[in-house]
Design a protein around this ligand. Structure first.
Ligand SMILES: Nc1nc2c(ncn2[C@@H]2O[C@H](COP(=O)(O)OP(=O)(O)OP(=O)(O)O)[C@@H](O)[C@H]2O)c(=O)[nH]1
Ligand SMILES: [Mg+2]
Length: 339
């Protein structure tokens, strides 16, 4: 009898403990659900190389602890790889154009630099890159300054030359310093393709989509259209960042907007700053039209805002996030019936 009693008590104790654990889990879930309600989640979607990671880095710099020295240093291999891969791309691209382009002589690397070019191209094709020494940096600099390489660089859009090219090529000696620690700016320019989902433990998270071999604007259009139609985003606020405005500004004066199929009805109106504004407004309007076309009538009141951004420009990113934050706060107040 005595033993049965103590056995029962053991069961009761175990049961009580289990119940307490279950209650604790319930309590935590409830707390976390409540906390989640105050979290604004930002999902950054965009074509490959559109600047998602760069915006992400700016968030880290602006609203978190930034990058400590170890983190800055972890970008050295990335930056050096960017340099090696880019010079290879330009060298091989020049060689190809020198053989096949109508204007082939423009792309012929001067004979005294051809040896350096071959050597750098071989290095750029390796899996492991050597340390970027001052000597190697000097050779890369010499090749970069070659007229044929510059002509090739001018056709960078055809060769997938990364946007960080000019910046890194102009800073080679500093990057090759034995005590080199990347600056904040170097890190913003560093290009590494994100694979998978990256999440930042704060208020933001990010995923990506990519497909390199297509016109990026058409890819962006299709991606945006697809996202707009997803039932899970029916009530989601959309903040469209038309990023790389700095590049757009320069490009618009050289390459007409209507080379892109989606913009083929574009008519330039003037030159200079006015033309930039006109072209930007045209692109913005195209996205607005797409938004309304791809949004069911009963959901048109979800937030939709368009911002022009240059992810490398910290002040501008800060200002943009301030505006985004204000918009979302207003929305929350509106939804709570307070506005
Ligand atoms: N000039 C200029 N360069 C930018 C801008 N935003 C990003 N970049 C550069 O563009 C390159 C690609 O940017 P990422 O942020 O890596 O692009 P991503 O969207 O994360 O690309 P994936 O991870 O491949 O999908 C980097 O070298 C950036 O420094 C911008 O507004 N202006
Ligand atoms: Mg990325």
């Amino acid at each position: 009898m005595g033993s049965l009693c103590s056995k029962n008590r053991r069961y009761n104790d175990a049961e009580a403990e289990e119940n307490a654990q279950a209650a604790e889990i319930e309590r935590r879930i409830e707390l976390e659900t409540k906390a989640e309600k105050h979290i604004q989640k930002l999902l950054l979607l965009g074509a490959g190389e559109s600047g998602k990671s760069t915006i992400f880095k700016q968030i880290k710099l602006l609203f978190q602890t930034g990058f400590d020295e170890a983190e800055l240093k972890s970008y050295i291999p990335v930056i050096h790889a960017n340099v090696y891969q880019t010079i290879k791309l330009l060298h091989d691209g020049a060689k190809e154009l020198a053989q096949n382009d109508i204007d082939s002589s423009k792309y012929l690397i001067s004979s005294e630099k051809q040896g350096i070019g071959e050597k750098l191209s071989e290095i750029g094709g390796r899996l492991d890159y050597p340390l970027l020494t001052k000597e190697l940096a000097k050779e890369i600099e010499t090749l970069w300054e070659d007229a044929a390489i510059q002509e090739t660089y001018a056709r960078g859009n055809e060769l997938q030359v990364p946007d960080c090219t000019h910046y890194f090529m102009e800073n080679l000696q500093r990057l090759a310093d034995a005590n080199y620690v990347p600056t904040k700016e170097d890190v913003l320019y560093a290009r590494v393709r994100t694979t998978g989902v990256v999440e930042i433990q704060f208020r933001y998270d990010q995923t990506l989509f990519e497909d390199e071999n297509r016109n990026r604007m058409m890819e962006t259009k299709e991606l945006f259209e697809w996202v707009l139609k997803q039932p899970c985003f029916e009530k989601t606020s959309f903040m469209l960042f038309l990023n790389k405005f700095d590049i757009f500004e320069k490009k618009i004066l050289k390459v007409p907007l209507n080379v892109c199929e989606w913009f083929k009805d574009y008519q330039p109106v003037s030159t200079g700053k006015q033309e930039i504004e006109h072209a930007y407004e045209f692109v913005k309007k195209k996205f607005e039209e797409l938004y309304f076309q791809s949004t069911a009538p009963d959901h048109v009141d979800r937030v939709f805002k368009v911002y022009r951004t240059t992810a490398l420009d910290q002040k501008l990113v800060k200002k943009t996030f301030k505006l985004v934050d204000e918009t979302l706060r207003r929305r929350n107040l509106f939804e709570a019936g307070l506005l």
